[in-house]
Write a protein that binds this ligand. Sequence first.
Ligand SMILES: N[C@@H](CCC[C@H](N)C(=O)O)C(=O)O
Length: 303
Amino acid sequence: MQAAGRAAEHGIADFEFARYHALGNDYLVLDPARFGFVPTPENVRLACDRHFGLGADGIVLGPIGPVEAGLPVTLRLFNSDGTDCERSGNGLRIFALYLAQCYPGDWPSTGLTARTVAGDTAVRVLDVADGLVSIDMGVPSFEAGGPRTVRLADRDVRLCCLNNGNPHAVTVVDQATRELACELGPQIATHASFPQRTNVQLLEVLDRNSIAIEIWERGAGYTLSSGSSSCAAAAVARKLGLVDDQVRVRMPGGELQLSFADDGAISMTGTVELIATGSFGPALGAGLSDPGQTGDAGSEGPL
Ligand SMILES: N[C@@H](CCC[C@H](N)C(=O)O)C(=O)O
C-alpha cells in the first residue's frame, strides 16, 4: 500500500482519516487505501457534523486509483451536506499536501494534476513543511448577458455570476460582514434562478491589490475561506476594472495571494495545515463502513 510508508517519515502515525484546513476551510481526507468504502451522502453529513461527527466543511475522497508520476490523480469532493462538489480550490490544495506528506514522490518539483468531474487542475506544493500550496484555477467563465438582479425577501441584489469549475454569484458591497453573508447567502444560494444552487460571495474592494470577501458556500453554509470563491470574487473585481493583476484576498480565516495572467487565468497560493489524523469511533466507523445505507451518490460501496 503506497500510502503507508511516507506518512511515518512526516511523523504521522497510521490512521483512517486526516483532517486538514486551508485558512479555516476544513476538509476530511478519506483515502481509499486506508478506508475502503465510498461514503454515502448520509455518511458525509455525519462525518462532517461538528457535534456528532468529526466536523468539516467537506470531504476529499482520494486518491482513487494509482498514484503514478506524471499521471493525473483522481479524487472526489463532497460538501458537508452530502452533495458532490465539482471542484474546490482549497480541497485540491489540501489533497496535494496530503499526497506530498503520505505518498512517495518529489511533489515540490513534479507538481500534481488533480482530476475531478470538473476536469484537470495543476497543483504544486511549494513547501511541504510550511504547507505552502499553489493552484492554477484557470480562466473563469462569466455568465452570458452580464450581471443580473435577483429579488430577495426585503431587497433586490445585483449579482455577477460565473463558473470556475463550480458556480458562483458575487455581489459588491461597501462592507463585507459575516452577518450580511449569513443573511443574504442562504437566500441567494437557493434562489429559484439557481436550480443547481450557487456559492455566494460578498465582495469589498479594499484597494487595487486587495479585496475582502465573506462567503456562503453551496452545501456547506458560512465558511472562513474558500479558494474558488476567492478566484470568483477577484475575477469580478478585475472585470469591473477595480483591481490590478496581483490581488490579495482577505477572508476571516486568512489570506490567499492571486495572480492574473494576461489571458485572465488565475493562479492562487496560500497555506494548508494538517490538523489531526485518527481512527473512527465505533458509531461513526460502523456507519461509514456500511455500504447498505441509502444515498443518492449512486456509487457507494466497496472501492
Ligand atoms: N471550499 C471550496 C469551494 C467548495 C465548493 C462548493 N461548496 C460547491 O458546492 O461548489 C473552495 O475552496 O473552493
